[in-house]
Design a protein around this ligand. Sequence first.
Ligand SMILES: NC(=O)c1ccc[n+]([C@@H]2O[C@H](COP(=O)([O-])OP(=O)(O)OC[C@H]3O[C@@H](n4cnc5c(N)ncnc54)[C@H](OP(=O)(O)O)[C@@H]3O)[C@@H](O)[C@H]2O)c1
Length: 254
Amino acid sequence: MALSPSFKSVVLAKRPKDHIEADTFRVEESPTPAAGSLKDGEVLFQSNYLSLDPAMRGWLNDTRSYIPPVKIGAVMRGNGVGTIVASKSSKFRTGETASAMCGWSEIAVLKEDLVDKLDLPINGTMTDSLADEVHQQFGILNVGRVKAGDFVVVSGAAGATGSVVGQIAKLKGATVLGITGSDDKCKWLVNELGFDNALNYKDKSFAKNFRAATKQLIDVFFDNVGGEVLDLALARAKEHSTFVMCGGISQYVE
Ligand SMILES: NC(=O)c1ccc[n+]([C@@H]2O[C@H](COP(=O)([O-])OP(=O)(O)OC[C@H]3O[C@@H](n4cnc5c(N)ncnc54)[C@H](OP(=O)(O)O)[C@@H]3O)[C@@H](O)[C@H]2O)c1
């Protein structure tokens, strides 16, 4: 597989105070490593798709968190799916499809234990594997312990996480209400994903609508958003309900 002699990476240039600015990142070009330079157990990974996730904003802050901040001058951390273009690992062959924390880079030299082989199902595509199914399934099944008959409310419901969580809850026999930010997304949740109901949190009457839609009280709240939506849900919690705190995207930038 012929590679171009150089590749591009996106590195963190400056910590943003608030929103990401034009000077937060810069693009760097580096020579493509030769296959012969790989050490035992390493692969040369070419990314085809990179994941862009809300949690990444937190990784740019120089504060204590569940994961160290990205260093200034380092390639931006991130997951990607791509192709093994050279291998000195017994686990991977050239041409195989894989997923890895490769960073925002066209090419990366990676240790084999940081790479997962992707066995795509028939009609599956590489991008299907970018969905964060581990967190979604663990959150709603292991933490939320959703069961038939539960009333489940999902915030951030039209996002990558919430949309899958709501569908898993439906498969388990729950009644599912999704909270999202537009009427079109509400329609998508109900008409295409099979949610029982959906509310637009940007609607002027949202608080009133939320109280009306949660009269039966909540068994499982799957939170991606925090803030006011979480406050409203807490006031509607059933005794012994479970609140799954997956994310708090409304609080990531003040
Ligand atoms: N704990 C974990 O291991 C883990 C793993 C993955 C993700 N997460 C968290 O899960 C959440 C969702 O991640 P994702 O990958 O599914 O995100 P995503 O697909 O990028 O969706 C994010 C959505 O959140 C909504 N949103 C943005 N700002 C908001 C605000 N201020 N208030 C309410 N909603 C807002 C937007 O949709 P609307 O149109 O609805 O506003 C946006 O499209 C994030 O909080 C993320 O950090 C946690």
